[in-house]
Write a protein that binds this ligand. Structure first.
Ligand code: ADP
Length: 371
């Protein structure tokens, strides 16, 4: 069950976060993929929708918020022991880059993981965010200890993962999804940045690295919100000039950011509603895996059929989607030793044959129950 989405954020957040309804992480497995560009344009698109929005730049080593937006003043003031955030186009901002003797300077390089996460948390909770619908958190790049600890410390509502479509990008996305999954934070959208470029002569889309990860995200993780952004000089020019693209243009790229914002909000709302009434699963001898849907109806799935439908990296080749598991190798007597909810969209199963990495989105269980 998704504890993050169920929690009432108004009640249990610390310090300056008390009136923040949703904390949305924007994350990437490595630097330079456009995470900050996506974070700021997503934040502006949420604000365009009439929502109250803040941006927290959690990258202590390389803060980029001071580059991608230029507020009129970057002087910081405090009130009642909390730092007042800067303001830009109606949004609230905070970054280590704004803290004068801040950790964004050379001191950051010598800090160890636990110090870094404590400092990030202090600045986050020590900022007087006021009433916000969404606080977009530009996470430090990577999926290591710092990111994991941060995900533990910050009561994240959901995550958006940004990637570029190189050969190993799906593996990167999976690493990100799994890091958030460990702490029951659902990944609601994935953005493939610099996925293609538009040819000036024929205006067709050129995919430099072949097809993206869309279908596999749906199949393996039940993530339906995957968006592609082109490699575009204007995006980079405006980023470097400190002006978010969506505030200057109303073209296909701006619309993609708007769709990302809409889809992300809709998915978070849906998860919050759904987590109030999740399906439950159990094993019953003679029936197999029995799913009880929120409306009370039940469906049975043959356990061997379910085991054969496993889509983990041992059973399916990650890059091609080819089945590696020999269906004949699965005994008809197989049964689950344990079934655990994962986030609010899937269950993970430990099978009696020793297989421990099976994840079944509820959509897949519904399909298997029909077949
Ligand atoms: P990250 O936060 O992942 O390190 P940034 O958002 O800082 O990445 O982007 C890295 C660089 O790439 C910046 O100079 C940015 O302007 C540029 N950039 C980001 N997205 C695009 C894009 N779709 N097309 C062209 N340049 C981009």
């Amino acid at each position: 069950m998704n504890q993050q989405a169920r929690r009432n954020p108004l009640k249990d957040q610390a310090g300056g976060l008390k009136q923040v309804k949703n904390l949305l992480a924007v994350s990437s497995c490595k630097g330079g993929v456009g995470k900050s560009t996506v974070a700021v344009n997503l934040a502006c698109s949420l604000a365009k929708r009439g929502l109250k929005v803040g941006i927290f730049d959690a990258d202590v080593y390389g803060p980029s918020l001071p580059t991608v937006v230029r507020p009129a003043s970057t002087d910081l003031f405090s009130r009642n022991d909390l730092i007042l955030p800067l303001e830009y186009e109606g949004m609230k901002l905070m970054s280590f880059g704004y803290v004068p003797t801040g950790a964004g300077g050379s001191g950051a390089a010598i800090m160890r993981g636990p110090m870094v996460t404590q400092i990030i948390n202090q600045l986050l909770t020590g900022t007087e965010w006021g009433a916000l619908d969404y606080l977009v958190i530009d996470m430090p790049p990577g999926t290591g200890d710092v990111q994991l600890t941060l995900t533990q410390l910050i009561p994240l509502t959901a995550a958006v993962i940004v990637t570029t479509p190189q050969e190993l990008s799906f593996v990167d996305v999976v690493k990100g999804i799994q890091m958030f999954q460990k702490l029951k934070v659902p990944t609601v959208s994935v953005v493939e940045n610099m996925a293609y470029f538009k040819c000036d002569e024929c205006s067709s889309k050129k995919y430099l690295f072949g097809p993206g990860v869309k279908q596999r995200l749906v199949d393996q993780f039940g993530i339906k919100n995957a968006f592609e952004l082109p490699l575009q000089q204007e995006l980079s020019r405006l980023s470097d000039a400190g002006r978010p693209y969506v505030l200057e243009h109303d073209d296909a790229i701006a619309q993609t950011f708007q769709q990302l914002a809409e889809a992300t909000v809709a998915e978070i709302d849906r998860l919050r509603e759904e987590s109030a009434g999740m399906p439950s699963t159990r094993f019953v001898i003679g029936r197999g895996v029995v799913i009880t849907w929120p409306d009370g109806s039940e469906q049975d799935i043959d356990a061997a059929t379910m085991r054969r439908a496993c889509r983990c990296a041992h059973c399916i080749e990650e890059t091609t989607g080819k089945q590696l598991l020999d269906p004949a190798s699965v005994s008809e007597d197989i049964y689950p030793n344990e079934i655990q909810p994962m986030g609010n969209y899937a269950v993970s199963v430990q099978w009696s044959d020793g297989h421990t990495t099976s994840i079944y989105p509820y959509d897949l269980l519904a399909d298997l129950a029909q077949s």
